[in-house]
Design a protein. Sequence first.
Length: 659
Amino acid sequence: MEGRRRVVIEAVEPEIDAGRFPIKRTVGEAVDVRAEIFADGHDLVGGAVLYRRCDESGWRERVMRAQGDDRWHARFEVGAIGRYLYTVQGWIDRFATWRRDFANRLLAGQAELIDLMIGAEIVEAAAARATGADAERLAELARALRRGDPAAYQLGGDNGEELASLMARYPDRRWATTYERELAVIVERDKARYSAWYELFPRSCAAPGAHGTLRDCAERLPYIAAMGFDTVYLPPIHPIGSSHRKGANNSLVAAPGDPGSPWAIGASAGGHKDIHPELGTLADFDAFLHAARRCGLEVALDLALQCAPDHPYVSAHPEWFRRRPDGAIQYAENPPKKYQDIYPFDFECADWRGLWQELESVARFWLARGVRIFRVDNPHTKPFAFWEHLLAALRADYPEAIFLAEAFTRPKVMRRLAKLGFSQSYTYFAWRNTREELTEYFTELVRAPMREYFRPHLWPNTPDILTEYLQFGGRPAFIARLVLAATLGANYGIYGPAFELCENRAREPGSEEYLDSEKYQLRHWNLDSPASLKDFITRINRIRRDNPALHGDHSLRFHRTDNEQLICYSKTTEDCENIMIMAVNLDPHHKQSGWASPDLDQLGLEPRRTYQLHDLISDSRFLWQGRRLYLELDPAIVPAHVFRLRRHVRSERQFDYFM
């Protein structure tokens, strides 16, 4: 222990579980570091954030600024994909302490030559640490202090800014304290922070009655891109088992021609590294990837680590599966649900290392073919240690890869998976319907520390989830949930064409399963239906693209309304140049009206000024002044506003011009 280190560093933020896990950022984002830095006695202290990429040997730094009550702050930007480290350093600032005390002596008429001599010694030591012109200037200023003329007294007072600035560059850090931990940042590409996904089943992309192929699905890509999506997500495209194959509507017996569930992976035609024969070949998949890129789309594949009874793994590696007392392999269950067509892996088997290695090879196979986004099926049913190993190993070679955790499970489990390295996470959004539920849940998501590692991905529907709200709310419910998903979250997705065609038929009362679900049978969708929401979806995605405030989640703030059926919230860019205010009628059946009270201080607005609100959905414009905003939303027309606020409105005449 070095007893001359007097500075204490505490309460460093952001720090996840005492540094056990990294925080997350995307390229170009800032890391705001805060810490408590203090020492015994009355000496002033200084602080800095040290940071570097993991492949760099030397630290870069940002000087920290005091914020009061011994709290200090600095920020640094992460400029490249990969892993960064950061920590905090603090030291006794002898020059700042001397300057403060000297200024107090001047005011009291007690400053003496000896006080200048003390300051000169401190400056001379800094000159020895400095180089070039700075060293020469510091030496010159030290000599001026030693002369003790009237000008020298001012160097320690109000006229000493040049000296103070130079001294800040060369502090005495001989006995500096460095925080005990080096903290990590995982930096990913922008799509980890901001994306719009569209899920579809390739096998339903053909003419009625025919099994679609990847080539058929490629013809659907311009339609998806035209709506403004940037990612097309395919459920598993591998061979499907025939043993215990599920039939239509999840029946236990499949009729001839029933295609089975894509998540029952594996058959005589192959397993996780193969394409279902009726979808095509690996060459067809490569062509599909290229077609998607030409449309400005990335392809996300489903990484479902489970097997059908016919999977080659079952015969080649029976030790990878759990046996029942009667000798049969245990199929997947979530009582009372039974999945007789799926065998889960036994991650506690004796050959767990071999199992890990093979499953890693599955992900590497598709990465090598050009896939860079994976939606991971049910990661909460596999060990945390496996995911921590797998994600770190894959990112070492493919740092641009993105992994979405499809984990509808307990909050602590979801949070742990995010900490372990998943880029994005499914959420409870689908089941949060009231103003209070939405406000409470999303406030939690955007607060520290959760905001530092958990990136929410919002889905109003999935092949497994048709909520009661969508079942009974009709077209207005689909519109409201779309606006909420697309503006509450920077990452969102829909399962289509079921969503844009407002498919809301449940298998039976009380069920969230679709009637005639695509999970178990082929469907044909009329994409040209006049009832389709495709034009509205296109507008919403264009609004998202054109407004950078909607490209992130951290600025999300909720605002009070006097009607519980109305929710109002905002997002802004850091410079407040792009301010978005959203209002949604949560009642899909009735017109609702009321007053919202946006927090003007949060938005950087003044109550006496007039602002223009441009509703980007209807293209209408309004003038707004004061602390309250009147809302009236009819679900029979459009149940939402998406306002872009314009700061500079000079007169009513100008408003008329914009109409």
